[in-house]
Design a protein around this ligand. Structure first.
Ligand code: SR1
Ligand code: MG
Length: 410
């Protein structure tokens, strides 16, 4: 299908805003003083626009192709509709944890949303060695509240099925199926890494247990329509605002264009993976205080998820067969699978397309060990996940592996 809509640019944004009455209460489109394209993701155009009173708006437009690669990789811009609808649905369950949406332009695939430029992308804050207390707990709360609300437990059978139909997103799911679960083990021409990590990349390809676990997890990703998950919940999809001393002011999950009805553990595992990637960076840099902080994040996030989900459990629509024992079974299974999904996400970010700046901005001499540590920790996690250890114990094992393969001296 050919798409002919006009792309946003600094030349047409003021007139576009003037044509949208929904923005009139947000900012003054006749006195725009700042327009910045900040789309550092892999897919879209993102503009932050501000008026002369400092009031702002974010305009996010889906391109008909993958921005990271260019027009040679066409991609339906309908993902913008999915993100818009998911953000609205998630805001009903956790309004303080997502950005406010002002409107969706279905003709030009534009979402207009709250300007969060007084927040920081959490990945950037972690890269800088910053400490943001409370953000991990908020992410756990977000996952619990939005997944409970959209699961059969919170929504009931009919609404859950209607939701699955509305949010079906095969083209975007295929990206995850290929990049996360397949290509690290069956590489095409999209993989890359330092020559010093060649043996590490080969080690996961030849790790038959890891490939089997990936098969199991990919099957779950493709078939387990548990809830309307975010689908790409890494630290670059979370904005944080803290006081000078790191106390939480606000935390928001955004950028849910990969959203669909999938396994709840997939979102939890994605966050674990990105905490472990941040940990690898801090270990590489020898940042002792930050290591201690990052090490605490997986447990803080999991505990908040568990507490909030358990808190909502008594409100489930139908308690007849979905009894309290089932909740225990699910919690155990979700933790086990979250570590498996974390492993998948860790390996893909090291050897596959679309890496993370936590690792990529390290000097090669440090990156070698950090990348090795992430891959070896992933190999450990897919095995150890079946032992049902605490999140803290698993994280201690991840840290020990990363420290043992650190490169660069000091
Ligand atoms: C081609 S899109 C590459 C990656 O960017 C997104 O953030 C997802 O993680 C996706 O896998
Ligand atoms: Mg994204």
């Amino acid at each position: 299908m050919e798409y002919t809509y006009e792309f946003l640019s600094s030349e047409n944004i003021a007139s576009y805003l003037a044509s949208r009455p929904e923005t009139f209460a947000v900012l003054d489109s006749t006195s725009i003083v700042e327009m910045q394209e900040v789309g550092d993701g892999n897919l879209n155009l993102v503009f932050i626009v501000k008026d002369n009173k400092g009031k702002g708006i974010v305009l996010k437009q889906a391109l008909p192709y993958v921005r990271l690669v260019g027009p040679s990789w066409p991609m339906s811009p309908d993902r913008a509709r999915i993100e818009y609808q998911t953000t609205v649905i998630h805001s009903q369950a956790a309004p303080h944890l997502v950005p406010e949406i002002y409107f969706y332009d279905a003709d030009r695939y534009i979402i207009a949303m709250e300007d969060l430029s007084d927040h920081k992308v959490w990945r950037t804050a972690l890269i800088n060695g910053e400490i943001n207390y409370g953000a991990a707990e908020s992410v756990g709360e977000y996952i619990a509240k939005v997944t409970f609300a959209t699961s059969i437990f919170g929504a009931g059978a009919a609404a859950h099925k209607a939701g699955i139909a509305r949010a079906i997103n095969p083209e975007i799911c295929l990206i995850t199926e290929d990049l996360v679960f397949t290509e690290p083990y069956f590489p095409g021409d999209r993989n890359s890494y330092l020559p010093e990590n060649e043996l590490d990349a080969l080690a996961i390809i030849n790790d038959q247990q890891m490939v089997l676990e990936m098969g199991e997890l990919k099957f779950a990703f493709m078939t387990a329509s548990e809830a309307l998950i975010h689908g790409d919940l890494h630290t670059g999809s979370v904005m944080v605002k803290s006081t000078e001393t790191g106390a939480e002011v606000s935390t928001r999950a955004f950028d849910s264009e990969f959203s669909f009805y999938g396994p709840i553990a997939f979102d939890i595992g994605a966050v674990f993976a990105n905490f472990y990637i941040a940990l690898a960076r801090s270990i590489a840099l020898g940042r002792t205080d930050h290591i201690e902080f990052v090490e605490s994040l997986p447990t803080a996030m999991w505990n908040a998820f568990e507490t909030h989900f358990r808190g909502l459990w008594p409100t489930r629509v139908d308690a007849r067969v979905f009894n309290d024992e089932l909740l225990e079974v699910l919690m155990t299974k979700w933790k086990e699978d979250a570590f498996g999904f974390a492993a998948a996400k860790m390996a893909r970010r090291i050897v596959g397309l679309a890496k993370t700046s936590d690792i990529e901005t390290l000097e090669p001499v440090l990156r070698e060990g950090a990348a090795r540590g992430v891959l070896q920790a992933a190999q450990m996690l897919v095995r150890a996940r079946h032992n049902h250890e605490s999140v803290a114990t698993m994280t201690a094992q991840v840290k020990a592996i990363m420290e043992s393969v650190r490169t660069g001296g000091n």
